[in-house]
Ligand binder design. Structure first.
Ligand code: GAL
Length: 375
């Protein structure tokens, strides 16, 4: 096996040299050797789970984009199990993938694989979630995760009537009882979302407009391991039982992800929320998953943050194609995403808040969903 790889390597170098000779040895010859060597190359795409609809959309879109560009694709889902993802990425390397596109479960769990990949000359694109603790992460493509948190907090404030539709303070002072949820601590995005939201809510908490009745305001207190809806549901049930048994109501919930919002709504409905006298609180979300958009249309969840997975997928495929054809991928952020070892060159897209008022324009007119998808 080793000898074979060595021979292929020698042949590749030979080809590169002869191409260099033909074109007079200009730097651009790397490009032609890269493109000819990598035609039809295998790209490994590792996704975390199929439980959440968004990752299915992501995986399908990345795969079809890459196949249109002539590449072979090994697309794997890891059922939210870290050892399974570790094995899948190892297998992609063994199968000879030239690029890895990885949406991790635990951003810090793939270091051995990243090191092996680097030694084999395989480039790594971190997809939506940053791979942390290793220098062998070449590019990152995501949405502006801090801004997602800011958007979630602002929509919570708008839903409560503290801000108007234009984002201006209305002078309404509440006090409003709010509970906070964050994502999985092993996902780098979760702290970005939480920090963006808390930086935005801080002054309203400080002046008493917003009251976190449970007193649980620290990230580790409010984090939800593996973004698990059942965990969020159990925590919401607990909060209601412990902090609202005096007859007071929850008026708002900061939820960072649609799946959690569904668990939170279910807990609240179980505790009697959802009637005219005891309405559901203002609840945020993220990902514009079909079930949650339906919930928004039905007047349960208040908002979600839409991140067009098609754009993310197109960019990841474009980055892979650039690398494989010897071009430098385009990035637009070279300072925000420090993975604890290096700042990873990043391409960020901007998120969009979706409520009942704009879902048709944002989600239907753009073709992200059809009307039938949301029935
Ligand atoms: C995050 C991602 C969110 C959401 C969440 C749960 O990493 O950025 O959009 O999907 O995971 O899957």
């Amino acid at each position: 096996m080793k000898t074979r790889r060595l021979l292929i390597g020698v042949a590749a170098v030979g080809l590169a040299l002869s191409l260099a000779a033909c074109s007079g040895g200009r730097a651009s010859t790397t490009t032609s050797s890269a493109s000819s060597n990598n035609k039809g190359a295998l790209v490994g795409v590792a996704m975390p789970t199929k439980v959440s609809e968004r990752w299915i959309k992501d995986g399908d879109a990345v795969k079809s984009d890459l196949e249109k560009l002539g590449y072979k694709v090994d697309l794997e889902y890891a059922d939210n199990k870290i050892p399974q993802q570790v094995l899948q990425v190892s297998n992609m390397i063994t199968k000879g993938a030239k690029i890895l596109i990885v949406a991790s479960i635990d951003g810090g769990s793939l270091s051995d694989q990243l090191d092996t990949a680097a030694k084999a000359g395989i480039k790594v694109i971190s997809y939506d979630r940053l791979l942390t603790g290793d220098k062998n992460v070449d590019y990152y493509v995501s949405f502006d995760n801090y801004k997602v948190g800011v958007d979630q907090a602002n929509s919570l404030l708008t839903g409560l009537g503290v801000l108007d539709a234009a984002g201006k303070p209305t002078g309404k002072k509440g006090p409003f009882n709010v509970e906070l949820f964050a994502g999985s601590a092993d996902d780098n995005n979760a702290t970005f979302f939480f920090n963006g939201a808390m930086d935005t809510l801080k002054k309203y908490i400080d002046d008493g407009t917003i009251v976190i009745k449970s007193g649980q305001t620290g990230f580790t207190q409010v984090a939800t391991q593996q973004w698990d809806p059942a965990t969020a549901k159990a925590r919401m049930q607990n909060l209601v039982a412990k902090s609202y048994s005096d007859g007071s109501n929850v008026n708002g919930v900061l939820s960072p992800y649609d799946g959690l919002s569904i668990g939170i709504i279910s807990a609240l409905q179980g505790a009697g929320y959802g009637s005219a006298t005891k309405p559901l609180p203002i609840i945020t979300g993220q990902d514009a998953e079909a079930a949650s958009v339906k919930s928004i249309i039905a007047g349960q969840q208040y908002s979600t943050v839409y991140k067009d997975t098609r754009k993310l997928a197109d960019k990841a495929a474009e980055m892979a194609n650039d690398i494989l054809t010897g071009k430098t991928p385009q990035v637009n952020d070279t300072k925000s995403y420090d993975n604890k070892v290096k700042v990873v060159p990043t391409f960020l897209f901007q998120p969009t808040v979706v409520t009942k008022d704009n879902y048709k324009k944002v989600l239907l007119d753009s073709g992200y969903y059809t009307e039938a998808d949301l029935k």
